[in-house]
Ligand binder design. Structure first.
Ligand SMILES: [Zn+2]
Length: 304
């Protein structure tokens, strides 16, 4: 019998640093990404208060406006979804994320700055096989007319239905197969968006203080307020796909399955992960062949 060559876990080749503004606090945050040994997973470290925690579906807490994670002592890290999405998109399994505040920098509101940072660090294959979670049967969760589900598939795909009942953001649905290079070219650059009225409301209660046209598409009643226009014709849709990928990577492993949702958000995505993990019949851990194209992966440095 021929031994299957497996896709191996990946970490960064070297440490990288960046600083940027926190969306809600408006304050400068220093961020550092460090390589980590096999089976570390994704670990967030708050250097200002000396706390750390590993990414799991159970660490997700407040999901009103962003994905926030925390530990029992009440130490939190918020707005993790764009970084989590980028880590998924280039295939990082093990990394230590250090920051000196409670919020990941928003940068330009997309995942592209995180992808550049990860590509700048470079990726290396490690000495243990990557573990993926294969969906074995359909799991669905609902919240009013919002819903999200996973069904068995040989790939990871994201199908979304959006309807904001707003003239500038048309009702739309689409399906994206997330593999190979597509994440970096077709998803990573899509920016977060918000409605002008909501920004004013949030800022009046001390939220989104760092928010503006540099880090979000601001949708007015009659037009988009950003003078540079959109990066993709369907940038709203693609950003929601980006968010879902980040939310789903909170499970700590790439998922192989078809994700379908209508008007889902961080809270419902987390509920779906918990429902998936609640019954061992719903999924199984697998290793995948190294020549498989089921995952989005950035090129790695070939080990000598
Ligand atoms: Zn987002």
């Amino acid at each position: 019998m021929r031994l299957m060559k497996k896709l191996m876990q990946r970490t960064l080749k070297k440490s990288v640093e960046a600083s940027g503004i926190g969306l809600h606090s408006g304050r400068t945050v220093y961020l550092r990404l460090d390589p980590a040994p096999v089976d570390t997973g994704i670990v967030f470290r708050r250097t200002d208060v000396g706390a750390e925690f590993k990414v799991t579906p159970d660490c997700v807490m407040d999901t009103m406006l962003c994905t926030k994670m925390g530990n029992a002592e009440g130490v939190t890290v918020s707005t993790v979804e764009h970084l989590m999405s980028a880590l998924y998109g280039v295939g990082v399994d093990n990394v230590i994320v250090s920051l000196d505040a409670e919020e990941i920098p928003i940068f330009d509101g997309s995942a592209a700055p995180f992808v550049y940072l990860l590509e700048d660090a470079g990726l290396v294959a490690q000495e243990k096989a990557k573990k993926v979670i294969k969906v074995m049967r359909k799991v669905e969760v609902k919240d009013g007319d919002k819903r999200a589900s996973f069904s068995p598939s040989d790939h990871f795909s994201v199908s979304l239905e959006l309807d904001y009942n707003h003239p500038i953001v048309p009702a739309q649905s689409n399906k994206f197969l997330i593999n190979g290079d597509f994440y970096r070219s077709g998803i990573a650059r899509a920016r977060t968006f918000c409605f002008q009225g909501d920004v004013e409301k949030m800022q009046s209660v001390g939220l989104a203080l760092g928010g503006g046209l540099d880090n979000a598409i601001v949708v007015g009643d009659f037009s988009i307020l950003n003078s540079t226009g959109l990066r993709y014709n369907d940038e709203f849709m693609r950003h929601k796909v980006l968010d879902c990928i980040g939310d789903l990577y909170m499970i700590g492993h790439p998922i192989i399955g078809a994700f379908e949702a209508r008007m889902t958000g961080h809270g419902l995505n987390n509920k779906l992960l918990r429902a998936l993990m609640a019954d061992p019949m719903n999924y199984r851990f697998m290793e995948v062949p190294s020549d498989s194209d089921v995952l989005p992966l950035a090129p790695i440095e070939v080990a000598a």
